[in-house]
Ligand binder design. Sequence first.
Ligand code: 13P
Ligand code: SF4
Length: 302
Amino acid sequence: MASTIQEKIKELKVKRNAVILAHNYQRGEVQDIADFTGDSLGLSQQAAKIKADVIVFCGVHFMAETASILCPEKLVLLPDENAGCPMANMITLKELKIKKREYPNAAVVCYVNSTAAIKAESDICCTSSNAMKIVSSIPQNQEIIFIPDKSLGGYVSSRLNRPMILWEGYCPTHHRILAEHIAKMKLEHPNAKVVVHPECTSDVIALADHVASTTGIAKYCKETNAEEFIIGTEIGILHRLRKENPQKIFYAITQLADCSNMKLISMEKVLWSLEDMVYQVEVSDDIAIRARVAIQKMLDLS
Ligand code: 13P
Ligand code: SF4
């Protein structure tokens, strides 16, 4: 008979024909029991190709919604129904429709950190790992409304030298990382590489040696010869970085970069989720059909 929580989860996974997907910011214990850990793009790609009846999504609501849109035949469970993303709530459908009327010829590029209803009203989705490629796919002479993250949008805009109409949304967790924190850490660890996520502010990004999605950060830290890294993203990623590179040293720029929503899911909640089949994330057909078009266009280009 199964005794530890991990054993019970393993047993129920077989019984339910379930897989566990976990975002790189999840608690270490949750990352360790997951079948796949990744960034938003990687998790969407996994969800799309996985053969299972149930997906337990350890992340935040928009991620589970995206999985449900891509796999309407599968049951998608979010172990804590309160795990949301504040950035995704910084734009409403009404506001987006007003903006679209203001710029009727603009293409709407929507960061995946958004609700299904917002995706349904957008032309194409992007994640932090493919935003540059997605924006480049829009004809040069067409205007772009980039929603909802002004930091990712600003970063892409400056890298591509392409003006865009930026929404005023942002990630409160990444905006707690300050340039002065980096300056202080660089004095203490002059040989460390500074690696940050594009949800950070532009003055933080300007101090970075490398800017990437969470999986991009993991790849860079593994493949680069440096021995020390100063990490500018949500601190949950340090678990994966330290596990994959036991000989290297990682410093969080600040412990304040802790997303409370990402931390709502625990191993116990994963177990309860599989026991009670909660909380089911569903998207109504009228929204899912249109949102799927925007997500699929992104996946086709990725
Ligand atoms: P990525 O893992 O795609 O880099 O996204 C980070 C994020 O904001 C998740 O909430
Ligand atoms: Fe949202 Fe930021 Fe938390 Fe990601 S880290 S879920 S963008 S608040």
